[in-house]
Design a protein around this ligand. Structure first.
Ligand SMILES: O=C(O)CCC(=O)C(=O)O
Ligand SMILES: [Fe+2]
Length: 426
């Protein structure tokens, strides 16, 4: 039987290809080790408020009910500042706030999300260092510095996407969050896009708050895996699984993306995508066009010269070459603490659940019902949506050149050529 500490090894070997939930994995009462058991899971909202004090948090705010204009990508949201206490009461008290663009936002129309926050970069979150550890999975030394926090009001969500690197461990700390996952093999049903471009994320064009089956019919062939996480639960997301994540009840969650040996190849793919998108953007002079193509944190890429873009690609090629030459193949910066010669079997001595998929129609019905209960619009009551603006030549080019199929073929050919070259040298 595999021990918990061996899980890290299994994850690293990509030996688990299904999402798994460990219910109540972190329960403060089960052990004396405070750090390993995430003491913060037992804190009340008041305790959290005390830790945060009155420091304003930069939040992303999106519409509670969107009229099928597409996913609420970062560029479509507004930003503002709320204290933790204001954020935690956002759903209970009708509040007004000025967003940074001057718009007045109310808690009736918008949700708020302090999201995708690297703990390492936030001094005000230092108090969490004491509570976060992934050691129980065998990752000795992996803690807050390798983790990201997400604090959202009801309805706050992240559009459906895949993360290009690593697998993911997510701990639900407070409240409840619903994850809807799809396997990598169903990518075609998810209508992937690199617009808006964000390094290491591939978005789906589908708005999961308002699924439009007329515009995206292939989604009906998909089989969603749905799970709601409660405090103490840990979700394992295997590499390249699609996910749409929505807060059901004021939520705090913390995750850590675990590096995998196969990431080196994905780094080359991402560098090729960057090179394509970066070169097209060099020819775009309108700021409006750029803000549509690039996620706000990616706007800097327009300043990269073609030499710099090339240098990134060639660094990635060099990394692949090194990997090919070295016998270990991968630099394990975060080795699981326990190593065993043979592969552990999957009958883990832990309470875990392998998620099961549901038919798409069941998923659609539940989400439509929920949408109507929340005062949202039923997708079926909407006229089929049309793209709001016609696509520019720049977008058409980006969409084609950064298409996963193109990048996959380019990478495979490149690697084949590398191997031929290598064999000839030998
Ligand atoms: O919790 C969320 O809103 C998104 C989380 C996510 O995308 C991730 O952990 O990879
Ligand atoms: Fe993600």
């Amino acid at each position: 039987m595999a021990q918990p500490g061996m899980l890290g090894e299994l994850f690293r070997d990509e030996g688990i290809l299904q999402p798994i939930v460990f219910r109540k994995f972190h329960a403060p009462s089960t052990s004396m080790n405070i750090k390993q058991n995430w003491e913060c899971i037992s804190w009340s909202i008041e305790e959290w408020s005390k830790h945060f004090s009155d420091e304003p948090l930069k939040v992303r705010m999106g519409l509670r009910t969107s009229a099928s204009s597409g996913p609420q990508w970062e560029s479509r949201c507004v930003t503002s500042f709320l204290t933790f206490e204001e954020l935690s009461k956002w759903d209970e008290v009708i509040t007004h706030r000025k967003a940074t663009n001057g718009e007045t936002i109310t808690s009736l129309s918008h949700w708020a999300y302090f999201d995708y926050v690297h703990l390492k970069e936030q001094k005000k979150l230092e108090f969490l260092k004491e509570c976060i550890s992934w050691e129980k999975f065998g990752y000795k030394g992996r803690g807050a510095d390798e983790s990201t926090v997400w604090i959202g009001t009801k309805g706050a969500h992240t559009p459906c996407h895949i993360d290009t690197y690593g697998c993911n461990l997510v701990t639900q700390v407070l409240g409840a969050k619903k994850w809807t996952l799809f396997p990598p093999q169903q990518s075609e049903c998810l209508y992937p896009t690199r617009i808006p471009y964000e390094e290491s994320s591939i978005y789906s064009q589908i708005d999961f708050k308002n699924v439009d089956i007329n515009r995206f019919p292939k989604i009906q062939n998909s089989t969603p895996f749905v799970v709601t996480l409660n405090p103490g639960d840990v979700l394992f997301v295997p590499k390249h699984w699609w996910h749409f994540v929505e807060t059901e009840q004021f939520s705090i969650s913390v995750n850590s993306w675990i590096e995998l040996p196969s990431d080196t190849k994905d780094q080359l793919k991402e560098a090729l995508v960057l090179q394509q998108i970066g070169s097209v953007c060099q020819a775009v002079s309108s700021a409006d066009k750029l803000t549509k193509i690039l996620n706000p944190n990616m706007l800097y890429i327009v300043t990269l010269t073609s030499e710099e873009l090339f240098a990134i690609v060639s660094q990635r090629i060099a990394a692949l070459k090194n990997k090919h030459h070295s016998s270990t193949g991968f630099d394990h910066t975060m080795e699981p603490s326990e190593t065993s010669g043979s592969k552990p079997d999957l009958s883990l001595s832990l309470p875990y659940t392998v998620l099961k998929s549901i038919p798409f129609q069941d998923f659609l019905l539940t989400s439509q019902l929920r949408g109507s209960l929340d005062g949202g619009n039923l997708a079926s009551h909407h006229p089929p949506s049309t793209p709001e603006e016609s696509e520019t030549v720049e977008e058409l080019l980006i969409r084609s050149l950064s298409d996963q199929r193109v990048i996959d073929v380019a990478t495979d050919v490149l690697m084949e050529n590398l191997r031929t070259l290598h064999n000839r040298v030998l």
